[in-house]
Design a protein around this ligand. Structure first.
Ligand code: ADP
Length: 522
């Protein structure tokens, strides 16, 4: 490629955006795109994906079409571009017939460098004609993981993108962008878009300015009150899983006299957009929302993201938590864990009318997310490992890195758990295994004759809850595996066998992270 194009890209970065240098990944992606190579760009939330198509849009001769699932945000994105004097527009169902016609005429006249559309529009005959009447240099697919059934946010309308591209009477360069870094999603994208490995650019997923914290066994409502009152000058997002919970938290904070807005699917579009705008423009500090909120929102000064309930996947968690600290300033991501929430999510998966393979995948992802809450390893590192980055660096500031206490040898106890699992032939789940070990008199245990298991009562000095937590930790650390869906049973992994054979030891942090007295469960 002529240096010229790249120099032009650098020049646009400086003169239009006022940035000195490209961030990790941006230059690579832009280089490939300007060479006319179809590319997949995988960067964490806040990594700077938009620039990867906006800069080429300014350098390329033709138009850049941006496919985005976010009708509610197109206006903001286009407004932001116009502020930079970049001619851009969007077409979506919110426009009047007259306005749409006006924009179409301008598109034909080549007035815009960027056009945003939702995937639903691609199949409209009129749109196909419109697009074929102009020179499209680049098609950018934003939130491209929506194309993959293995993604956490699959959207059927995204599936038609592939055939649409094939039917197009011109062959623009294609750039797919996502923050979902799992191998399966990446493979799907490569296959759908026929992109080979050399054209996949994946940056590191570390977000060094984020501090991750998991809080267990606390009174969540009280925690929020205390936490928010300390953070009342900062912008933050509180995620809850249900509309009902969003409303409750919203009311609770409102009663405290805080500037807060709610956002969930049960609200009208006008109400939702009012909440979103108020939050983005700093008129209110706190937004309490379901996961319907946030995709594509570029608010740089979010100082904390608090998860009131466990999300369903690590992908979703990291994306939501990643909305904190886009400006690079120190920010917190706090997850409030309660086992009940895992049960609720399991129930919701069960109730969904998805096919069996899909449900199993969702259970597995939920288990991995749960394991993140139970691990004693560095949380940032754990997440990075999940995304395939084998770093051995720890963040030094997450709730696990800051855990005080000594590592003590729990090999014996672990062996007791493993042999209980083995002796009961891997037929039971966590509760039964814990009940056997504490020597429970439960009817079920007696009926199934489990009182005769040789390990029965060996951990009677501990509570069933303690043992269950210990099992959770062993699951998180990969000694045990949960198998099955509605009644998951525990199996041993190779790692557990080594412990049983005495070839490996299990160390556990003696004390949990100290919780402040006002956060204790009552
Ligand atoms: P993503 O879509 O990957 O979540 P964005 O494209 O919204 O992230 O970018 C996140 C923030 O980083 C934005 O505020 C953007 O202006 C800023 N940004 C992007 N690239 C650069 C850069 N090269 N230098 C400085 N800031 C950047």
């Amino acid at each position: 490629m002529s240096m010229n194009l790249l120099e032009q890209a650098q020049e646009k970065l400086r003169s239009i955006y006022g940035y000195h240098s490209f961030r990790e990944g941006q230059l690579n992606i832009i280089q490939l795109v300007l060479q006319g190579k179809d590319t997949i760009g995988i960067m964490p939330t806040g990594g700077g994906k938009s620039l990867c198509y906006q800069v080429p849009a300014l350098v390329n001769p033709g138009v850049t079409l941006v496919i985005s699932p976010l009708i509610s945000l197109m206006k903001d994105q286009v407004d932001a571009l116009m502020e930079l004097n970049i001619p851009a527009t969007y077409l979506n169902s919110t426009l009047s017939v007259e306005e749409e016609r006006k924009r179409q005429t301008k598109i034909r006249e080549g007035e815009y460098k960027l056009i945003y559309v939702a995937p639903e529009r691609l199949d409209q005959m009129q749109f196909k004609q419109l697009i074929n009447s102009v020179n499209i240099s680049l098609v950018a697919i934003d939130e491209a993981h929506c194309m993959s059934q293995w993604g956490h946010d699959f959207r059927p309308s995204y599936l038609s993108i592939t055939s649409w591209l094939q039917e197009l009477k011109q062959s623009p360069t294609v750039l797919a962008l996502t923050a979902t870094a799992t191998e399966q999603v990446c493979q799907d994208l490569q296959e759908y878009l026929q992109i080979n490995k050399e054209q996949v650019v994946k940056t590191g997923f570390e977000r060094a300015n984020l501090t991750f914290k998991v809080r267990k066994g606390i009174n969540k409502k009280q925690f929020i009150n205390t936490y928010i009152s300390k953070k009342n000058k900062d912008s933050g997002i509180i995620y809850a899983s249900t509309r009902k919970e969003v409303e409750q938290i919203y009311q609770q904070l409102k009663e405290q006299g805080l500037d807060v807005a709610a956002y969930h699917g049960g609200m009208s579009e006008v109400e939702r957009s009012r909440s979103q705008e108020a939050f983005i423009h700093d008129e209110i500090k706190i937004i309490v929302a379901t996961n319907a909120f946030g995709m594509g929102i570029d608010k740089s000064n979010v100082r904390y993201v608090l998860h009131y309930n466990i999300p369903r996947t690590i992908e979703a968690y990291y994306q939501e938590a990643g909305r904190a600290g886009r400006d690079g300033e120190e920010s917190e991501c706090i997850l409030l864990f309660s086992p009940q929430d895992v049960r609720t999510q399991t129930f919701l998966i069960e109730q969904s009318n998805r096919n069996e393979t899909r449900q199993e995948m969702e259970y597995k992802k939920l288990q991995q997310m749960t394991a993140l809450c139970h691990t004693e390893r560095c949380l940032q590192q754990y997440i990075l490992h999940y995304f395939g980055d084998d770093t051995d660096k720890t963040c030094g500031k997450c709730s696990n890195c800051l855990q005080t206490g000594e590592k003590i040898d729990k090999t014996k106890e672990a062996q007791m758990v493993f042999s209980t699992v083995k002796r009961t032939r891997e037929r039971f789940g966590k509760t039964i295994i814990a009940q056997i070990l504490v020597g429970s008199n439960n009817q079920k245990i007696k009926q199934m004759n489990l009182t005769t298991t040789t390990t029965y009562g060996l951990l009677s000095h501990l509570s069933q809850k303690n043992v269950a937590e210990f099992i959770d930790l062993l699951l998180a650390e990969g000694y045990l595996l949960l198998v099955g869906t509605s009644y998951p049973t525990i199996q041993l992994t190779e790692k557990a066998i080594q412990v049983l054979l005495g070839e490996q030891h299990v160390f556990v942090m003696e004390t949990m992270t100290e919780v402040e007295p006002d956060q204790q469960d009552d």
